[in-house]
Design a protein around this ligand. Structure first.
Ligand code: HPA
Length: 267
C-alpha cells in the first residue's frame, strides 16, 4: 500500500504541486473557496479507487488562497460502498503525503443532540468509532506512523478553537460535539439511536472517522465539520430520506464555505 501511495504522490505533485491545506467533501456538500485554478479528475492519479457512482466521478479543485495552496477533494469513499478501509483512507493519506498540514473533513450527519436543528454546523471535538473496523488494522506502515498511535486529540484543538472564533466573528452558529461513525448503509433503529446518545454522541454519520484515524497516525492535523442534515430522535423518528440529506447539505454548504474561507484567511 505504501508503494501505491508513493506512486500516487509522485503523479499528484507533478500535476498539482504541493498542498498546504485540503478539504474533503461529504455527501451533497460543495465547498467554494477561491477562484479555481485547476481541476483534475481522480482518474488521472494512479491507485485512487474508482467511485461507485459513475454519474459523478471524484475530482480535485486547486486554488491559491493568500500564500496557501488549497485543494478541495470532491467525492470520498465510504465503507458502506464496499471499499476496504485502506481504500477509504487512501485520499486523505495521499493529501497528507503531498504536503497538507491541515485537512478539513466535512460530512453530512444526523443530529443526536437535542440542541441541534436541521442545517446546523458542528465541529467535532472527538469521535466514537462504531464502524466495527479500523483503517490501521493489518501490518503497520512504519513510514506513515507508529503501531499504536495515541488518539487523545484526534481533532486539532488549536484549529477547533480557530474555527470557533471564525464562526463567532462571522455570526455563524457553530455547534461543537462528538461525532459517532457507523458502517451503514442502513440507518439507525430507534434503540440504536437511543444507545448512541447514551454513549455520548452528538452527531452520527458513515464517514470521517477512518480518515481522522489515518491522519492522526501520520501526525497530520485534521478537523471535522458536520452539516446536520436530519434530526435523529429515537422517540419521534422521522424518515431520513437521502434526497433531504443532499438538499440540506447543499443549502448549508454556502455557510460552510463562508466559514472555511474566513478560517483559511486566519491560518
Ligand atoms: N445516520 C447515519 N448517517 C447519516 C445520517 C444519519 O441519521 N444523516 C446523514 N448521514
Amino acid at each position: 500500500m505504501f508503494e501505491k501511495l508513493k506512486e500516487a504522490k509522485e503523479v499528484f505533485l507533478d500535476k498539482l504541486g504541493k498542498v498546504d491545506v485540503a478539504v474533503i467533501t461529504g455527501t451533497g456538500i460543495k465547498i467554494n473557496i477561491a477562484k479555481v485554478l485547476k481541476k483534475l479528475d481522480y482518474g488521472e492519479i494512479p491507485h485512487i479507487p474508482e467511485t461507485t457512482t459513475k454519474s459523478h466521478r471524484g475530482y480535485f479543485e486547486i486554488s491559491d488562497f493568500d500564500d496557501k495552496r488549497v485543494v478541495v477533494a470532491n467525492g470520498r469513499f465510504h465503507y458502506y460502498e464496499g471499499y476496504s478501509l485502506e481504500d477509504v483512507v487512501f485520499l486523505a493519506r495521499l493529501l497528507g503525503l503531498s504536503g497538507a498540514r491541515l485537512i478539513i473533513l466535512t460530512n453530512a450527519a444526523g443530529g443526536l443532540s437535542p440542541f441541534f436543528k436541521q442545517g446546523d454546523l458542528m465541529v467535532a471535538n472527538d469521535h466514537i468509532n462504531m464502524m466495527g473496523a479500523n483503517p490501521l488494522r493489518g501490518k503497520n506502515i512504519d513510514e506513515l506512523g507508529e503501531r499504536f498511535p495515541d488518539m487523545g486529540e484526534v481533532y486539532s484543538r488549536k484549529h477547533i478553537e480557530m474555527i470557533k472564533k471564525a464562526a463567532l466573528e462571522n455570526g455563524i452558529d457553530l455547534k461543537e460535539g462528538v461525532y459517532l461513525s457507523v458502517a451503514g448503509p442502513s440507518m439507525e433503529t430507534p434503540a440504536e439511536t437511543r444507545a448512541f446518545r447514551l454513549l455520548g454522541a452528538d452527531a452520527i454519520g458513515m464517514s470521517t472517522v477512518p480518515e481522522a484515524i489515518a491522519l492522526r497516525h501520520m501526525g497530520i492535523n485534521c478537523i471535522s465539520i458536520s452539516i446536520i442534515t436530519n434530526l435523529n430522535k429515537p422517540d419521534c423518528m422521522s424518515k431520513a430520506a437521502i434526497d433531504d440529506v443532499i438538499n440540506v447539505a447543499h443549502k448549508s454548504s454556502v455557510r460552510l464555505s463562508k466559514l472555511i474561507t474566513y478560517f483559511l484567511g486566519e491560518l
